[in-house]
Design a protein around this ligand. Structure first.
Ligand code: NAP
Length: 302
């Protein structure tokens, strides 16, 4: 069994981004800019935003931190987003969710410039992902593709089973795997015979939020098992996968914490650089292509 080390891969991506940003800065005099928008004082959201701004500064991006009071109106938030949309120094805009109840997240999402939507949640970017033509794709599933590539886990022609169909993880995950020529099955709370389906998976991705839902009997020997779930149980971060039993059967497995989690922030930075390059017509792939090997394209299924 090979333990997939998200911390190591994330650090490697951040190093690459730091180097590329320094090169771009010396050539053009400008660096990518990321704006984070936090409304209210929810401690967990504030902590996430702090980490994002810290990594943003580490890789050499300009950071535009917008911390607004909980009573901010929907109209005021949309005004701020319009201002960030117009600001040429801002390449990515991240609105931290959840928003206070009086603000409709869908309206906020629609007010974003899709070219600055580094979370990849705007309907235009979601549509492009479904069409197989997206530049900005959601960070967590894109980070998972990067992990699979880093560990040279073949995707084309494999049966990938995704547990969960949320707009943030499950659905975009299934689309990204399909784009890489996997045969994809998506499971959810209404799926009948879950164990029979998961046992067929070469790549098994659990994004449910139910601690230890996935047990050894549900896993095929040698499968790559990716655990997205994070639930706090007795103060401890716990994944969807029963790590102890499943690790005896899996070929590859991610731990919680230290697996998928660190990839999400690294991917947010990669998306911001991608948005900067697209805006300035610089070549080069970041997105989910960073560790992709050429020969994967050639893997044809007959
Ligand atoms: P979500 O919106 O609550 O979606 C959960 C999905 O799991 C739903 O599609 C649900 O089905 C499905 N589900 C529920 N019970 C199931 C069961 N018994 N069998 C199969 N499927 C079942 O959650 P999410 O936002 O996708 O997040 C999932 C987990 O990933 C959470 O623990 C979250 O904290 C974690 N997460 C981690 C990261 C990271 O960076 N590591 C990022 C995002 C999320 P229905 O659609 O039928 O309800």
């Amino acid at each position: 069994m090979i333990l997939i080390d998200g911390k190591k891969v994330s650090a490697e991506i951040r190093n690459r981004l730091t180097k590329e940003t320094a090169e771009l800065k010396s050539k053009t005099g400008c660096a990518p800019g990321l704006a984070t928008v936090l409304v209210g004082e929810d401690p967990a959201s504030a902590a996430y935003v702090r980490i994002k701004n810290k990594v943003c500064a580490e890789v050499g991006f300009q950071s535009f931190e917008q911390n607004l009071p909980a009573e901010t109106t929907e109209a005021q938030l949309i005004d701020l987003i319009n201002e960030l949309n117009r600001n040429d120094a801002v390449n990515g805009i991240l609105v931290q969710l959840p928003l206070p109840n009086h603000i409709d997240p869908q309206k906020i999402l629609l007010s974003l410039d899709p070219g600055k939507d580094v979370d990849g949640f705007h309907p235009i970017n979601v549509g492009k992902l479904v069409l197989g033509d997206a530049l900005l794709t959601p960070c967590t599933p894109t980070g998972i593709i990067t992990l699979l590539d880093y560990y040279d886990i073949k995707i084309a022609g494999k049966h990938a089973v995704v547990l969960g169909r949320s707009n943030i993880v499950g659905r975009p995950m299934a689309n990204l795997l399909l784009q890489r020529h996997a045969t994809v099955t998506t499971c959810h709370s209404q799926t009948v015979g879950l164990e029979q389906i998961t046992r067929q998976a070469d790549i098994l991705i659990a994004a449910v939020g139910r601690p230890h839902l996935l047990t050894s009997s549900m896993v095929k020997k040698g499968a790559a098992v990716i655990d997205v779930g994070i639930t706090r149980v007795d103060g401890k971060l716990t994944g969807d996968v029963d790590f102890v039993s499943v690790s005896e059967k899996a070929g590859f497995i991610t731990p919680v914490p230290g697996g998928v989690g660190p990839m999400t922030v690294a991917q947010l930075m990669a998306n911001t650089l991608q948005a900067f390059k697209a805006r300035n017509n610089f070549a080069g792939e970041v997105g989910s292509q960073i560790f992709r090997r050429e020969e994967e394209d050639e893997a044809k299924v007959v």
